[in-house]
Design a protein around this ligand. Structure first.
Ligand SMILES: *Cc1c(COP(=O)(O)O)cnc(C)c1O
Length: 384
């Protein structure tokens, strides 16, 4: 069997302006980057608090590598659950106000493992239609009856929940939607779930570190306890600047995941030094409130500037500030024109976002300065 068919699919993808290409980053993740040999001012990382290249994290990582080596060497249930993993789990439980937390290698695996440990064939899973791909994949793989409700609509969710006769019901939503930047109406979603005897799981990949009084994310932002919001998932590769993910919740939830979550059981633990660096990161997230405050003022500055330029933004109070373009080819042209101006922003196209809603996904970081945001606004004025 030849690959001709695949090759022609690649060609049609290219023609439709949907072809994806990787560029090589030749610097740390920070506002001033070098990509394919050229210097840019970048607005597309998820390093929202500017911690990915922070000296405290680097030092903690180096020191732990000296003490514990590089590889985790085994899965958590065999002999790969090391001192820093265990300490980080306890600190994350404390930080999120949950009895327990469990580390996963990344967010995709945390979602896959958790949803599949909680629901199966006799059950039903309810997902926001704009949920992250990893949540949609997790729900589909589980074999539970899979239903999507309208974006951020507790009413649409209620209609679906009222009709179901499934054994267990799991409602799953992004906390902050990854391609739009809006925040889920968690109090209403949790209430709707509770009155319909369903569990709620939130994926707070983009809220964790950024929102809430101490950066503990949507649960803290809305004051939702473990009873209101039983399954809290967060990732460590975005605002926390490292890598990995966790699920926090009750003793019973975490013990169930340890016994049942296949993406927890059948994989090597993350390098212990990554856990150590994340412990350093957590200290900064808690101590350096100024990072969230600076971010807030940069977001306002950017939104005000875009409004003056007549650009269409989404209803987002978070560092995710997409500029809606619509047509994929136009989004690609604008992204290329911005690169000519020394600004690096990626165009996000279908199928990552719905047809006809291609966008320039601008993300801001506490590592950006006001002057850099102004430079972005100047460049946007020239290319729009
Ligand atoms: C990035 C992201 C993930 C995946 O997390 P990784 O740790 O990068 O695998 C999951 N959910 C959402 C909403 C995300 O944005």
């Amino acid at each position: 069997m030849s690959f001709d068919q695949l090759a022609s699919e690649l060609v049609s993808r290219k023609r439709a302006d949907l072809y994806r290409e990787r560029r090589v980053l030749e610097s740390p993740q920070q506002p001033e980057v070098v990509v394919d040999g050229k210097a840019y001012l970048a607005f597309c990382s998820n390093d929202y608090l500017g911690l990915a290249n922070h000296p405290d994290l680097i030092r903690a990582f180096q020191q732990a590598a000296d003490e514990y080596g590089v590889g985790g060497g085994a899965s958590h249930l065999v002999s790969g659950h090391s001192f820093h993993h265990h300490a980080l789990e306890e600190e994350l439980a404390d930080f999120t106000g949950r009895p327990r937390a469990l580390l996963f290698s990344n967010g995709y695996m945390a979602n896959m493992g958790t949803v599949n440990a909680l629901v199966g064939k006799q059950d039903a899973v309810f997902e926001d239609r704009l949920n992250h791909a990893s949540l949609l994949d997790a729900g589909l793989l589980s074999g539970a009856r899979f239903q999507r409700y309208l974006h951020n609509s507790p009413e649409s969710l209620a209609q679906k929940l009222e009709k179901t006769e499934a054994r267990r019901k799991l409602v799953v939503t992004d906390g902050v939607f990854s391609m739009d930047g809006d925040v889920a109406d968690m109090p209403a979603i949790c209430h709707t779930a509770k009155v319909n005897d369903a569990w709620v799981m939130v994926d707070d990949a983009h809220g964790f570190g950024c929102i809430g009084a101490t950066g503990a994310g949507v649960a803290e932002h809305y004051g939702l306890s473990v009873d209101d919001l039983p399954v809290l998932m967060g990732t460590l590769g975005k605002a926390f600047g490292t890598s990995g993910a966790f699920v926090a919740g009750s003793e019973t939830l975490i013990e169930t995941l340890i016994q049942q979550a296949r993406t927890y059981i059948y994989t090597t633990s993350m390098p212990p030094a990554v856990a150590a660096a994340t412990r350093a990161s957590l200290k900064l997230v808690i101590a350096e409130q100024w990072r969230r405050e600076l971010l807030k003022s940069l977001i306002q500055r950017f939104r005000d500037g875009c409004q003056q330029l007549g650009l269409t933004l989404m209803d987002s109070p978070t560092p995710i500030q997409p500029i809606l373009i619509g047509d994929s080819a136009k989004a690609m042209t604008m992204s290329a024109a911005l690169r000519e101006q020394g600004i690096f922003i990626t165009a996000i196209r279908p199928p990552t976002v719905p047809q006809g809603s291609a966008r320039l996904r601008v993300t801001l970081s506490a590592a950006h300065s006001e002057a850099q945001v102004d430079r972005l606004l100047d460049a946007l004025e020239r290319v729009k």
